[in-house]
Each structure stands twice: as structure tokens, then as C-alpha cells.
Design a protein around this ligand. Structure first.
Ligand code: AMP
Ligand code: ZN
Ligand code: FE
Ligand code: FE
Length: 287
């Protein structure tokens, strides 16, 4: 939750997912909902995908919602999975496209390895059954889709149950997959002239990892996250201020998959949005 009084007139949610990854609303539905809940600006940050933008851009233009580019890349730092947000690159940037393609390959083999482990644990699921839980032909397929297939087959009671018992990090059916490092991900975002932001530092379990990441070449940190209280965000906001980084924020809205989080639960004010939008406009013009 934000407390920034300046944000009352203009609010931009910089972290949300569509059916192009593990969200339950299509890009069009998400843009419409953003207008409905009174947002003025939006960045869609699907996991390892920018597919949402081809349909979201014309709808946002039509509805008068300011949209800038965004993505949430999966990465590894010292064997731990972390998320990195990228903003303001041109959607047709080849560096971003190539990294998305590499993640596609990584996910394909990682998902198969997870299904192998589930089979060994007497919970057979075919790739077709997972695909039946995906809502968009261009979607990245992830653990939430596997979790939905597990619910459908009656192996677990809910998506959360699937993560808690089998799919979460350090659980019996978790597979990390090919390693794409934090350093390389930041470098690729920068090659695309985008801004690299540490996503939800609140959720990184190992304090020493955060310390190392704070020494890296990031441009910002997600200080306002989901429906966290100001006290939970404070530490991160202070750290980012100390470094002179951009403080971003967003809900991490996924729709039905995480029903307790609503779009716009966290947001940034106009001044922050304009910084990102200026980079975006420059990159679009030079492409
Ligand atoms: P993947 O990108 O396939 O590794 O899946 C990661 C996504 O799974 C995250 O971005 C969340 O949307 C979801 N997720 C991760 N951990 C949990 C959890 N404990 N409960 C529910 N969803 C989770
Ligand atoms: Zn997700
Ligand atoms: Fe994330
Ligand atoms: Fe996210």
C-alpha cells in the first residue's frame, strides 16, 4: 500500500501479469480493468514474455491509458531464483526478444523435468494436460499452470497446496532449470537501453544475496509491493533512496491465481512514471 500523497491524482501500477504468462486476464481485459480501477499508467510485466503488448498497446491507446513496456525476467543468483523487472525498452528490441526465446527453451526442459518428478511421486501429468491450463497460445508456461493441472487431477486441493507440498523451491518436485544469471539479465536489459529493477526484494529469503544485488548495476528497486504495509516497504525505500535508485512499485496482480491481490494495490506517482516513460519514448523513437 502506498502512502505517497502526490499519487492521489495519478497512479501507475508497474507490476502485473496477463494470460501471456500466469495471469488469468487477457491483455485487453487487464487494460480495461486498469481503467476501471482508476489507474492512469500501467506496465505489464509478464514472466519472460512481451507477447501481451501486441494487443495491449492499441487497447490502451483507445482507452486513454498510458502504457509503457515491461517484463519480469527469471534469473539465478548463486543457485537462488530471483526476479528482475525490465522497463522502457522498445517492444521489438532484439536483445529482449532473444532472452525471451532462451527462457522459452529453459522452461520447456524445466517443465518436462518437473513432470518427470511428479510421475515418480505417483502424480502423472502429461504436457497436454498442462497446456489445457494455459489461456493464451503465446503464453510462457510455468509452475502455476502445472499446479492448476495438479488441482484438476485431484492431486492437491489448491495451487497454493501444490507449491507448499511439491513445486516450491526446495520441495520434492522443484526443478531449477538452466541457469541464466542476474548479471547477464541486467546486461541484456541495458543493451536494450531499458531500466533494470530488483523485483520484490521483500521476498528474497537470503539477506546476503540482497546485499550482493544492491552492489550490482541496477537502476531501481521495487519499493512498493502488492498489498504490503508501509512498514514492510520502508526498509527497501530507504535503501533505494540511499543509492539514488528509482523506486518502483506495483501490485503483482495475477487475477484468479492470486485472488487476494487487486490491480493497483501498490503503485507509483506521476513523477516516477514519467522517468520511465521518457526512456520508453526515446527508445521507441530510436528503433
Ligand atoms: P515459474 O516462473 O514457472 O518458476 O513460476 C513462478 C511463479 O509461480 C511466480 O511468479 C508466482 O506467480 C508463482 N508462485 C511461486 N511461488 C508460489 C507459491 N508459494 N504459491 C503460489 N504461487 C507461487
Ligand atoms: Zn507469476
Ligand atoms: Fe516475481
Ligand atoms: Fe510478478
Amino acid at each position: 500500500m502506498n502512502e505517497n500523497p502526490k499519487g492521489k491524482e495519478f497512479r501507475a501500477d508497474l507490476h502485473c501479469h496477463t494470460t501471456c504468462s500466469d495471469g488469468s486476464l487477457s491483455p485487453t481485459e487487464l487494460v480495461k480493468l486498469a481503467k476501471e480501477v482508476g489507474l492512469s499508467g500501467l506496465a505489464i510485466t509478464d514472466h519472460d514474455s512481451i507477447s501481451a503488448y501486441s494487443s495491449a498497446i492499441p487497447v490502451a491507446r483507445e482507452m486513454g491509458l498510458e502504457l509503457i513496456s515491461g517484463i519480469e525476467f527469471s534469473a539465478h543468483y548463486k543457485d537462488v531464483s530471483v526476479h528482475i523487472l525490465g522497463y522502457s525498452f522498445a517492444e521489438n528490441d532484439v536483445n529482449i526478444f532473444d532472452l525471451c526465446q532462451r527462457h522459452c527453451v529453459r522452461r520447456e526442459s524445466r517443465n518436462r523435468a518437473i513432470l518427470d518428478k511428479l510421475k515418480v511421486n505417483n502424480m502423472p501429468i502429461s504436457m497436454e494436460e498442462v497446456q489445457a491450463c494455459v489461456f493464451h497460445p503465446d503464453s510462457t508456461i510455468g509452475r502455476p499452470h502445472i499446479a492448476l493441472a495438479m488441482v484438476k487431477k485431484g492431486y492437491v486441493s489448491s495451487v497454493l497446496d501444490a507449491f507448499k507440498k511439491y513445486l516450491g523451491e526446495e520441495r520434492s518436485c522443484y526443478v531449477r532449470g538452466l541457469n541464466i544469471s542476474v548479471e547477464e539479465t541486467v546486461e541484456i536489459i541495458h543493451r536494450a537501453k531499458g531500466l533494470a529493477v530488483i523485483a520484490h526484494p521483500h521476498l528474497i529469503k537470503h539477506p546476503h544475496l540482497v546485499e550482493q544485488m544492491l552492489k550490482m548495476n541496477f537502476d531501481g528497486l521495487e519499493g512498493y509491493y502488492a498489498n504490503f504495509f508501509p512498514a514492510q516497504n520502508d526498509r527497501w525505500i530507504k535503501l533505494a533512496q540511499k543509492k539514488g535508485w528509482i523506486i518502483t512499485g506495483g501490485s503483482d496482480f495475477h487475477g484468479d491465481i492470486k485472488p487476494n491481490i487487486s490491480l493497483g494495490a501498490s503503485w507509483v506517482s506521476e513523477d516516477v512514471f514519467r522517468i520511465l516513460q521518457k526512456h520508453y519514448a526515446n527508445n521507441k523513437n530510436s528503433n
